[in-house]
Ligand binder design. Sequence first.
Ligand code: SF4
Ligand code: ZN
Length: 757
Amino acid sequence: MSKIIAGAAIRGAHKIVGRAEEALKKAVAEYGPDKTVEFPNTGYYLPIIYGMTGMEVNTLNDLQPVLERTKNLLPPEPAEHLWLPYLGHTLDAGMATLFADEIIEIIKYLQAPVPYVVAENCPEEGDLWLGAADDVIMRKRGIEFVDGSAPGFAAIVGAAPDSKTAVNIARELQEKNLYVFMSGETEGVSFAEQLRSEGVQLGWETRLVPFGKDITSTVFALGFATRAALSFGGVQAGDFSRILQYNKNRIFAFVLALGEDKDAKAGALLDDEKYAQAAGAINFGFPTIADIGIPEILPTGVCTYEHVVSAGSGIPHDKIVAKAIEVRGLKVQIAKVPVPVSYGPAFEGERIRKDDMYCEMGGNRSAAFEYVTMRELNEVEDGKIEIVGPEIDQVPEGTAIPLGVWVEVAGREMQADFEPILERQLHRLFNAAQGVFHMGQRDINWVRISKEAKAAGLKFKHLGDIIHAKFHGEYGKILDKVQVKIYTRQADVERLREEARKVFHHRDERLGSMTDEVVDVFYSCTLCQSFAPNHVCVITPERSGLCGAYSWLDGKAAYQIEPTGPNQPISKGEPIDTVKGQWKEINEFVSQASRGEITVFNAYSMMEDPMTSCGCFECITAILPLTNGVMIVNREYPEMTPSGMKFSTMAGSVGGGLQTPGFIGHSKHYIGSQKFISAEGGLIRIVWLPKMLKDEIRPLIEKRCQADEELKKILQDRGVENYLDLVADEDSATTEEEVMEFLQQVNHPALELEPMF
Ligand code: SF4
Ligand code: ZN
């Protein structure tokens, strides 16, 4: 064990503890000892101090005993040549550093304005640093550490030699699904600023999280790790050894110390404060890997393998990520997808703004669809990708072009029931490519490709390659062959879309006369948790998933293919309320799958504890309070609605995994269901629909009217054939008042219903 690093870490710890003492003294003088101190929206106080000692800090005054404790931890400042034979002093100095970091950082939150952006993602310009993550973010992201979708994080301290190198390191870490936490600087430049200068999107959503430029903000990474142990590991505050063990064993994390500060003491190129942070991280079992020559700490003890690694003159930048992974002992398995851009779940949350887009397909801008169908084994040539029509380099920048994605699969275990499940995967698989954005499914899909991806050589053909590689990788159990045809000419897309639509329709029909009452289980769908982490679709025979792509039969088939996947059977258990559609075990499931956010769920009500929405809904139903009824607007309808909002505005407040009484997102098919908001009176609450939606669902509603005696009578009394004839549209009404007039003219049944509130 090197005396130099121990000496430097202890020296650094002394400096930071001195800073904390100074900051606390000043804050008490300025704000008074009773001033409340808190990180935004957290129940974990100062998480490291709370986790390690159980001390709950609420005021500046509460920080005094913490500071005392910190000073007691601090080993004496070493004389220049003091020999330190064991790691203990370094570890103590590291822990004291983290406590002092938290004191300094919490005091920053007293400043007006707070020097951090309190948000989940960085604004595109201006303020960059996000500071402490609140508990909502911590739960949402921390669960990914627990379920393995993110193995851990890299805490980057300092800056790369140039911004291109920074981007390369960040991309490599993202591809390994690791979060990248950034703090500190080298000679005034930070890693996060380097990324931003290259146009990289920063924030929790892209897993590139800039904490702060001050070295003390490194503590937010370890505070996050501490909270993960308290929250997901069920560890009690104060049980420091279990917190540290939990992290060592479960959170795959390491520190990348980058850059050399010229003012660092001779013999120790990394400055003392950075050493001190590294020492703090070693407590958690997180090793430090440096790009410059610093003394190493190789013997194992706390970390799984080595503690500080720099190999002579430092680890070269193109090897540093691989080295870190090896030192921390992670087995990453990624089937390499043959595309010229980075590929992995870290890119799923990426959005592509209009200015950054090279071209787009679907999303009401052009005709588009995507479709997976089953063929005989001899009808499919595995790996064949055909482009029918112009390739991406033959279309002008900034345009909307038609897109038909026609996927044919074959396999001994393949069943027609599996087609829609495979089809729905395209959303996730396309999104995982850097520079590709995807939304929707079937014939309401929307794809954008960024200029950057185009410049990197991404072609439409690669969409086929992605499907081929990932279908084999993930669904090899049920399919043996995959071929893809991509159509980019209007006439082809329109013609084939009609063919696909017939099948979509047929799939919807197959559910036939099944009711919720005759089955014992419903199916969950949590596929959309990548966008809306607390969202759960509960799929019943009479209520399909809100995207329209998952019926109860699909849920059943998906579960057969992948028993541990996002579609799980939920037995209904005790009914709590059969009118609203509430069951004990369904509540329990939703509560657990939404991480405690949603504890009560009514399948058939839009006013009381309704289903949440992720963002993929085909339609939104919204209350029109004046009329005692509801309006429905579909995604394709771009105009203003009588609610005073367009679809896009409403989608913003309905989506994101929240329960929004008075609003629900749902599939088109659900409108024709007997269980459509049946707790509020059902179909006869509908008072307004866009004409295009009316036309589309007319056959569905027709069938409903014929099967329902009460409805039949209502229609007979009013002399109309189809219930939709009693519903206003944009021709008859564009405001709530006009809707009301229309309702009176037709003697709409909603007028006689109980008030909705
Ligand atoms: Fe699943 Fe619901 Fe998302 Fe559709 S909207 S994919 S059913 S979670
Ligand atoms: Zn969704």
